[in-house]
Design a binder for this molecule. Structure first.
Ligand code: ADP
Length: 706
């Protein structure tokens, strides 16, 4: 019928598995021969069948059918019931009534039996059984009422009719329907021999009790082998035994055998009712016991597989310590992780109160909790007192900390420990400790923290050095600026003398003093700017200016440089004002640095071209030279502080590598950008792009100015 699998719900109705339609309709068709047989042989001096197995099979068919096709199945059952009664020779009206009663019974019982919409009914627990019995009672009651009311019109005594129909239907459903319900089949406990002996004894007892001329009321004897079966066999086997017993009871009684047939002057209806009551009693005694036994076996099986799972997990956790104790401290479990980390084996420690926790002061002056395993310690009874203080005031009764474990070989390991209480029915029964060896992890964390600390100190020291350097640069620059300005002033005064009082050679010397003085002043200005930037002291004073005038000032500043180097400067400046928001002095310095470089890195006789232009989004100043040019490697570092190109070094062109970094910083400060296009040996073009001043922007402004 169905595969017997350990702890699984099996059977044709198990779970959600759809029952094949042909099976359902086969069961419906079975109602016809069953009905005819019951009518032919199963009557006992009454007009109605004593046992109505068609009802039991009809319920199975309806219960197995999908919910929506149940009415159709019930109709099929009713039709077969009708045909059975009609072929038996009943009046078509009565036959239809009896057929409809069987259909109604199937529909009502199956509907009440199904726990959920489409879940097929099962017999796996006591609640399923109660539901089944109530459904059977309701179905049988409905069928009884149906027939009693129908036949009352023909003058039949309604109560007697109801009792006979009710008993025949109820006994049939109780004895037959369980064969079609799913049940949780655990392997039956009885072996083959026991099984054979039990079946034999049931056959023997039933045979004796329902033997011909057996007048002694020995029905209760049947319960003995049935109860034995219920204790030791599967629910399905018990269901079969109940069914077969019911078959024997009905057949024997109909044949005039057994205790019910020999009740002296009892009416046939009473005999029928008594025999059906016996069947119902057999079912109601054997089935609940069998279901309970199987439910318990399933629960036990689940518990044992959970416990196996737990054992497997504990055994697999080789790097995690799991130790369980009772309140006294006796170790109850000690997993493989605990064995590996502590050096003790479970066999040595389980059953002993050998854990000691000592609080000492560690090397760093902090409290240290040292855990040892000591089989000789007189520590029994002390664990609760040791652990409870840690658990007080903890969330969820769980304590977490790093503790030190003294291994069996004397090595100390750091464990991240989690300790919690174990409860049984709400009562604390012991503790469970879970721990992980974090010795290496903590060591790494400590060295990482130490390295971080050292790095922080280094950064602080460097910042201090940087501050000192900035202060020094700023002081030195300030101190140098005054005398150099004065040297420059005097040399320019001497050079401006037009009287010719200064001899030519002296004039040349003074010119050199003036040039070098200016270079020195430029360098000092750059250094001062750098230190101001670093301490956040470099401030702009913006105003709306015509870029052309700023460019012109830069040109004037650089005129003498161009003159002394023999480099020519040509200009192409846009005709209209180019309004920008700028700090004129600083912007002039930036542009002068570009002109200075263009002259410095050109050959005497070269031409440098300066262009001031405007397009839709920015004002542009381009300085184009045809000098040394810059290699692509050098171009990557052009704006780095103190960067000097390889050619500048090789040709000993004077400079400190600060000009472009100051220029790009000033251009940045104006919200602009600087770019360089250059090729080695052909010259360079530096372009500064600046945003227009907020008013009078771009083309519109240009038109207005024009
Ligand atoms: P400095 O000119 O004092 O060396 P800068 O910051 O002004 O410092 O320039 C950095 C480097 O960029 C220079 O050393 C030089 O190699 C290169 N450089 C700058 N401008 C030009 C230019 N117009 N032509 C060729 N090389 C240049």
């Amino acid at each position: 019928m169905s595969a017997v699998t350990q702890g699984k719900v099996t059977g044709p109705t198990a779970g959600q598995t759809a029952t094949p339609r042909p099976l359902v309709w086969l069961l419906v068709l079975l109602v016809l021969p069953l009905g005819m047989t019951a009518l032919a042989w199963g009557r006992f001096g009454t007009n109605l069948a004593m046992w109505w197995p068609a009802a039991g099979v009809g319920v199975i068919a309806a219960a197995l059918a999908p919910r929506r096709s149940r009415p159709l199945v019930a109709l099929g059952v009713a039709l077969c019931g009708f045909l059975a009664n009609w072929t038996f020779g009943r009046d078509p009206g009565v036959a239809a009534l009896l057929g409809l009663a069987t259909g109604a019974d199937a529909l009502v019982t199956a509907a009440l039996l199904s726990r959920h919409r489409d879940l097929r009914p099962v017999l796996t627990g006591l609640d399923d059984l109660v539901r089944f019995v109530l459904a059977a009672l309701a179905g049988a009651t409905a069928a009884g009422l149906f027939v009693a009311v129908g036949l009352a019109m023909d003058g039949a005594e309604p109560l007697i009719t109801w009792r006979t129909v009710f008993a025949s239907h109820l006994a049939a459903i109780l004895a037959i329907t369980p064969l079609g319900l799913g049940s949780s089949e655990v392997r039956q406990r009885a072996g083959r021999t026991e099984l054979a002996v039990q079946w034999l004894s049931l056959a023997l007892v039933v045979g004796v009790v329902f033997a011909p001329d057996q007048g002694l009321p020995l029905v209760y004897l049947v319960f003995v082998p049935l109860l034995w079966g219920a204790m030791r066999l599967s629910v399905r086997a018990v269901a079969w035994q109940v069914f077969l017993t019911a078959l024997v009871i009905t057949t024997a009684t109909t044949s005039g055998w057994g205790p019910f047939a020999n009740l002296g002057d009892a009416s046939p209806q009473v005999v029928a009712a008594l025999s059906q009551a016996a069947i119902a009693s057999c079912a109601l005694v054997a089935l609940p016991l069998a279901v309970l036994k199987s439910q318990r076996a399933v629960a036990l099986q689940q518990a044992s597989s959970s416990s196996d799972l737990l054992d497997n997990i504990l055994a697999a956790a080789t790097s995690t310590v799991v130790i369980g104790t009772d309140l006294v401290g006796n170790i109850e479990f000690f997993n493989i992780g605990a064995e590996e980390i502590s050096g003790w084996t479970a066999a040595e420690v389980v059953g002993h109160a050998c854990l000691a926790i000592v609080t000492t002061e560690g090397e760093d002056g902090q409290e240290e909790h040292l855990v040892t395993v000591d089989l000789d310690q007189p520590g029994a009874g002390s664990l609760e007192a040791l652990i409870e203080p840690f658990l007080v005031d903890t969330e969820d009764d769980t304590f977490r900390d790093d503790w030190t474990l003294l291994r069996r070989d004397g090595e100390r390991r750091t464990l991240a420990v989690t300790i919690s209480r174990r409860y049984d029915h709400g009562r604390g029964v012991g503790y469970v400790g879970i721990a992980e060896d974090v010795t290496e992890k903590r060591r790494e964390e400590e060295s990482a923290a130490a390295a971080l600390d050292a790095e922080r100190q280094l950064v602080d020291r460097l910042a201090q050095v940087d501050r000192t350097k900035n202060d020094f640069m700023s002081t030195v620059s300030h101190e140098l600026r005054t005398p150099i300005t004065s040297i420059l002033g005097y040399s320019q005064l001497l050079l401006s003398d037009e009287t010719g009082a200064l001899p030519v050679m002296h004039r040349q010397i003074v010119g050199r003093i003036e040039r070098n003085g200016r270079r020195l002043l430029g360098l000092i200005e750059d250094m001062l700017t750098m230190s101001q930037v670093e301490v956040g002291d470099f401030r702009y004073v913006f105003q709306r200016v015509d870029l052309r005038s700023v460019v012109q000032s830069a040109v004037e500043t650089e005129t003498s440089v161009f003159g002394s180097l023999g480099v020519q400067l040509t200009q192409d400046v846009v005709g209209q004002p180019v309004w920008v928001e700028a700090d004129p002095d600083k912007l002039e310095r930036a542009l002068a640095a570009l002109l200075d470089n263009a002259a410095k890195y050109s050959q005497p006789g070269d031409v440098v071209h300066l262009a001031v232009s405007r397009d839709d989004d920015a004002a542009r100043v381009a300085v184009v030279d045809h000098g040394l040019g810059i290699s692509s490697e050098d171009q990557e570092h052009l704006f780095d502080r103190f960067f000097r190109g390889s050619d500048a070094h090789a040709r000993a062109i004077q400079g400190a590598g600060l000009g472009l970094s100051v220029t790009s910083m000033i251009v940045d400060g104006h919200g602009g950008s600087i770019s360089c296009v250059s090729s080695l040996g052909e010259g360079s073009t530096f372009t500064v792009a600046l945003p227009f001043a907020a008013e009078g922007v771009g083309a519109a402004d240009a038109a207005a100015d024009a």
